[in-house]
Design a protein around this ligand. Structure first.
Ligand SMILES: NC(=O)c1ccc[n+]([C@@H]2O[C@H](COP(=O)([O-])OP(=O)(O)OC[C@H]3O[C@@H](n4cnc5c(N)ncnc54)[C@H](OP(=O)(O)O)[C@@H]3O)[C@@H](O)[C@H]2O)c1
Length: 338
């Protein structure tokens, strides 16, 4: 089969399409004929620096050669099921979180991170969801502990996670949802995605103070890190919750002390979708429950993550360049087969 690999860490051009042996599902796994693969900022980070959490390698000790296959999410049809898998049949339409190796004609995933698609959901729409949807849902509801009437601030509001988080915050009963983008061109996209007001990076902290009457927000979600993380923390109000879930800025990992948390009783948390999906081994029912609630927002609530650009497998470098350019909105996909 054809698959995208990278043999060294670096810029987008390290991504190459090569022929590799067709993978077979092991016990508890299934293989998928991939229709579409999602492209996320985590793939960009992995290509440039390996898969990491909080600045540390995701799995300490893993050789680089094991991390050469990008892509953590796909949609497609079940090709084969491994020993012990009874919930899926070949030919069934699914979306899956794959951990890696998603930019390929065939992907393998544990059955617990594979989701059967309702007939109303196309394979194209489904490929946008396995990473962004459970991540945004867990950020708001599990880690951020969203309550009816809360105010929410989201950095990167027009991107993949941001587009989903705005809609989920609104569906979850937030009284106001504020987004931050780097340029005004992205405002329109964000305003269609659940946001009440969208601010630009340069002034967001002052804008939030005005919008909340000086109180600050109840929940803030930050994927940027560095100076943006610090400024976002100052926009969190009494008993508020700040969740860091990325480091697009590439700055040093943050540290927070008593001086920033005691005065207003602010909680600061971190989140990784890898650690949530690793729950598949210890508590598959809990993972399925969270994912089920998140997918209900799509099927019952009409949540959408619009695809703003689609690329062939061999054009994966172009997709990465676009994502890094900070000009994209919504989701980028690789079209593998239909
Ligand atoms: N923790 C987790 O489990 C998890 C899971 C998925 C994704 N993530 C993180 O969530 C963030 C969003 O991921 P995504 O896949 O949905 O990507 P995305 O939001 O579609 O694209 C990344 C966005 O980050 C913003 N950005 C801010 N600083 C940037 C910089 N220095 N370089 C490039 N972009 C910058 C850009 O928006 P503006 O130009 O408008 O600022 C850009 O559009 C990333 O940090 C990713 O690593 C975390």
């Amino acid at each position: 089969m054809r698959a995208v690999v990278f043999e060294e860490l670096g810029g987008p051009d390290v991504l190459k399409v090569v022929e590799v042996p067709d993978p077979e599902p092991g016990p508890g796994e299934l293989s998928i004929d991939v229709a579409y693969a999602g492209v996320g900022f985590g793939d960009v980070k992995a290509r440039a620096g390996g898969y990491r959490i909080g600045g540390q390698p995701f799995r300490p000790g893993v050789e680089l050669s094991e991390a050469l296959r990008p892509g953590v999410e796909v949609s497609g049809r079940v090709r084969a099921v491994g020993e012990g898998v009874t919930a899926f049949v070949p030919g069934q339409a699914v979306a899956a979180f794959t951990s890696r190796g998603g930019y390929a004609e065939i992907a393998v995933a544990p059955a617990v991170t594979v989701f059967a698609l309702p007939p109303s959901l196309s394979l194209r729409a489904a490929a946008t969801l396995p990473n962004a949807l459970p991540t945004a849902y867990a950020l708001l509801h599990e880690v951020g502990r969203l309550r009816e009437g809360d105010t929410v601030l989201v950095q990167g509001a027009a991107g993949g996670i941001g587009t989903v988080a705005g809609q989920l915050a609104r569906m979850g009963g937030a009284s106001a949802v504020y987004g931050v983008v780097s340029s005004l061109d992205k405002t329109e996209h964000a305003l269609k995605s659940g946001y009440d007001q969208v601010f630009v990076e340069a002034t967001f902290d002052a804008d939030v103070r005005v919008a909340t009457g000086g109180r600050g927000v109840d929940i803030a979600l930050d994927p940027v890190g560095g100076e943006t993380f610090r400024r976002t923390l100052t926009a969190v109000g009494r008993f508020g919750r700040m969740v860091s879930f990325g480091n697009t800025s590439g700055k040093e990992p943050w540290q927070v002390g008593a001086g920033e948390t005691y005065p207003l009783g602010i909680s600061v948390a971190g989140f990784s979708v890898f650690s949530m999906y690793s729950m598949a081994e210890e508590n598959p029912a809990r993972l399925q429950e969270i994912a089920g609630r998140a997918f209900a927002a799509v099927v019952e609530g009409g949540l959408e993550l619009p695809v703003s650009a689609e690329f062939a497998l061999e054009d994966a470098p172009e997709a990465h360049r676009l994502l890094e350019s900070r000009t994209s909105t919504g989701k980028l996909l690789l079209r593998v087969s239909r």
